[in-house]
Design a protein around this ligand. Structure first.
Ligand SMILES: Nc1ncnc2c1ncn2[C@@H]1O[C@H](COP(=O)(O)OP(=O)(O)O)[C@@H](O)[C@H]1O
Ligand SMILES: [Mg+2]
Length: 294
């Protein structure tokens, strides 16, 4: 009888579920410096399961650095990161692997390997983390690529496809193992508004339908208001804002206001190199000249 047929979920899928009942991600007292550049300053926060969290902030404020500490790609100077209660920086390789299987990552560059086809790129994490037969892997890869609208590009090489398609292939790879958490580093960078809308939908839909927790680094204001349950703004190593998109829109904080308006004048200074360049080209600014006057 068909009712008796049992379908075994691949081991990878069972492993990827969140089990602790606690937050999807917990960060405690995270600190990171590069030489005398103090990038992350004693950050602590929790991310609940099943929500989209957007992390925003000026270029160079440390968003990607925070991401690297959260996924265990880099070791913090102090503090801890728990993925479903498991320390991603644990000394135990078994625990690190267990935590690692719970999330996927879409990097800023998509990070596809040029020597492999799109399908082979998406198959990589499945091959690395499971013992599934190739025929099952092929099926999983095809499903994921169809989900992101890339079902007809399986045999293309990364250099043969557009930026938007690369992002979608990177996304298919990030969700290949049905992770409970997905991290995205600037998924819309360099894409046109329509493709940004497509990517937003690909982020938002699985979050609400499958209870996935998404952590998205982005500057794209329309995206933030479309996808975020909560927004966090990183500045000077700390979160200077955390709240709903609505609260962000209504915030009177000068840092938030300047960032939302894209105003060159305000508490967020222009990047140092840019100020130095403009100084060389057009001389010290009026303000600097005033403050230099005795
Ligand atoms: N591997 C590294 N070595 C030294 N400095 C780094 C390294 N990675 C990032 N930084 C510095 O840390 C700061 C934050 O960088 P990053 O996290 O890339 O910022 P964002 O992603 O917000 O643009 C910058 O000043 C950057 O130059
Ligand atoms: Mg970055």
């Amino acid at each position: 009888m068909s009712g008796n047929v049992r379908i075994e979920l691949p081991q990878a899928r069972k492993d990827s579920h969140l089990r602790s009942g606690g937050p999807a991600i917990t960060v405690r007292n995270l600190d990171k410096s590069y030489d005398d550049n103090h990038v992350l300053d004693d950050l602590s926060f929790d991310f609940e399961r099943g929500k989209v969290y957007v992390i925003m902030g000026p270029s160079g404020c440390g968003k990607s650095t925070l991401l690297r500490q959260m996924i265990g790609a880099e070791h913090p100077d102090a503090g801890e990161v728990l993925i479903d209660g498991i320390d991603i920086h644990s000394n135990s390789r078994r625990l690190r692997d267990e935590a690692r299987r719970k999330f996927g990552v879409l990097f800023q560059s998509s990070a596809l390997l040029n020597g492999l086809t799109v399908a082979e790129n998406v198959a990589l994490p499945i091959q690395r983390h499971t013992d599934l037969p190739q025929s099952t892997i092929d099926l999983m890869v095809k499903l994921k690529l169809e989900l992101v609208g890339m079902g007809n590009a399986l045999d293309k090489y990364p250099y043969e496809i557009s930026g938007g398609m690369k992002k979608r292939a990177g996304l298919a790879r990030a969700i290949a193992l049905d992770p409970a958490i997905v991290f995205y580093d600037e998924p819309s960078a360099g894409l046109d508004p329509v493709m940004i809308g497509v990517i937003d939908k690909l982020i938002k839909d699985p979050t609400s339908k499958l209870g996935i927790t998404s952590v998205v680094i982005t500057h794209e204001m329309p995206s933030i208001f479309r996808i975020a349950d909560e927004v966090l703004m990183l500045w000077n190593g700390r979160f200077v804002f955390r709240g709903t998109p609505e609260a962000l829109r209504n915030s009177t904080d000068p840092l938030v206001r300047q960032f939302l308006k894209g105003d060159p004048e305000g508490p967020i200074g222009a990047p140092r190199q840019l100020s130095e360049l403009s100084e060389r080209l057009i001389g010290p600014s009026a303000r600097d000249a005033r403050s230099a006057t005795p």
